[in-house]
Design a protein around this ligand. Structure first.
Ligand code: HEC
Length: 136
């Protein structure tokens, strides 16, 4: 008799807990929140400000510009070794840029075009050190 009552209690308590824990009200909030972004999407606020047409091919960047925007925040900023003024062979630079190594990321032709990489590799190989750059 006591065992039966205990069993009923053991079975009833988790069921009660589950019913109690079921969150009903909080579920209504996220759906209400979801309505806001779609409302925001309907009225385009600021027009796209850009001199570039979508899909337009960008003009080739100079090696200085490519280096400054895609290499110098690591090389010269204590993340990677100094690569300017060391006369590294262009073929080696090509390999590093396309394949990467450890913390050095690989760059795809969509990020640095083959023509940009050609001029970049020659420029890095022949350019002097930039004063103030710090490397490992
Ligand atoms: C996210 C940081 C980062 C960026 C961006 C980066 N590099 Fe590197 N690079 C590294 C690190 C770290 C190494 C050292 C890799 C190793 O040997 O473990 C390295 C190594 C190299 C080396 C070999 C240097 C040596 O002493 O042998 C070359 C060449 C190189 N990078 C070229 C470039 C060029 C060119 C770019 C820009 C297109 C570039 N890297 C962008 C982090 C970076």
């Amino acid at each position: 008799m006591i065992r039966k009552a205990l069993c009923a209690l053991v079975l009833a308590v988790p069921a009660f807990a589950v019913v109690q824990a079921a969150p009903s009200a909080p579920l209504e909030k996220p759906s209400a929140r979801l309505e806001k972004p779609s409302a925001r999407l309907e009225k385009p606020s600021a027009p796209l400000v850009s001199g570039q047409k979508l899909g337009a091919i960008l003009p080739q960047r100079s090696p200085q510009k490519t280096y400054a925007s895609t290499c110098a925040y690591c090389h010269g900023a204590n993340v990677g070794p100094i690569i300017l003024g060391r006369h590294l062979p262009p073929a080696y630079i090509h390999q590093m840029v396309r394949a990467g190594r450890n913390a050095m990321p690989a760059f795809r032709p969509t990020e640095i075009t083959p023509a940009e990489l050609d001029t970049l590799a020659v420029w890095i190989s022949t350019a002097p050190k930039i004063a103030g750059e710090q490397g490992q």
